[in-house]
Design a protein around this ligand. Structure first.
Ligand SMILES: [Zn+2]
Length: 201
């Protein structure tokens, strides 16, 4: 695949303890997404694995994961949790003890903290066939888009998230866990990929 002319997509994140978006793959598992600028994909494969590549690379896991539409992304979380990267191993890297306890308490071990839009730039590649839910593509660069959804149990962090990412509308759900995914889906059912009709936080 070559450069994309449809740069808006969807993805998921976890939140760091200070309310910033965090990816699951290094180097962005600990390094928060920046306020306005783009993150750039990095390949972690060493020379013995024929890397590192100019990410994203066709037969590698490198690149920033994006879904072209919301329904693919929600299906990925529901049906392919092992491929989402949202595993206890991943969030152990991202969060502190209180974060782990909160996730367990709310039953969101395989549900992300944040679902929202991204704007991509540069080259894109198809999904990594062994590592990504169907429909994923991998971008060279990506930036936070127009809307970020937080599940209800993270409402206390909404003002902090809004300060970090002032160009995104931060929407707090009424529900948490899998019910929250249905809520987001119905919020966007009338205008997939467009503006959000959810109540403001
Ligand atoms: Zn690579």
């Amino acid at each position: 695949m070559n450069d994309t002319s449809t740069p808006v997509g969807w993805r998921w994140w976890q939140l760091t303890d200070d309310g910033r978006l965090s990816g699951f793959h290094t180097p962005y598992a600990r390094q928060p997404w920046p306020r306005q600028s783009y993150v750039t994909a990095v390949c972690n494969h060493g020379r013995t694995d024929h890397g590192p590549h100019d990410a994203p690379w066709p037969d590698c896991e490198c690149g920033i994961r994006v879904m072209p539409n919301l329904s693919h992304l929600l299906d990925g979380i529901r049906k392919h949790p092992a491929r989402t990267g949202i595993t206890p191993q991943a969030w152990r890297v991202i969060g502190g003890t209180a974060y782990h306890a909160d996730r367990a308490h709310h039953g969101v071990l395989y549900v992300p903290d944040v679902i929202g839009q991204v704007v991509t730039a540069g080259r894109i590649e198809d999904a990594c066939p062994w590592d990504d839910p169907p429909g994923t593509f991998r971008a060279q660069r990506a930036s936070v888009g127009a809307v970020l959804h937080l599940s209800a149990h993270l409402a206390r962090l909404a003002p902090t998230v809004a300060r970090w990412y002032p160009h995104a509308a931060v929407c707090v759900g009424q529900t948490t866990g899998l019910a929250w995914l249905d809520e987001i889906s119905s919020d966007h059912s009338d205008h997939q990929g467009g503006e959000v009709s959810a109540s403001p936080p």
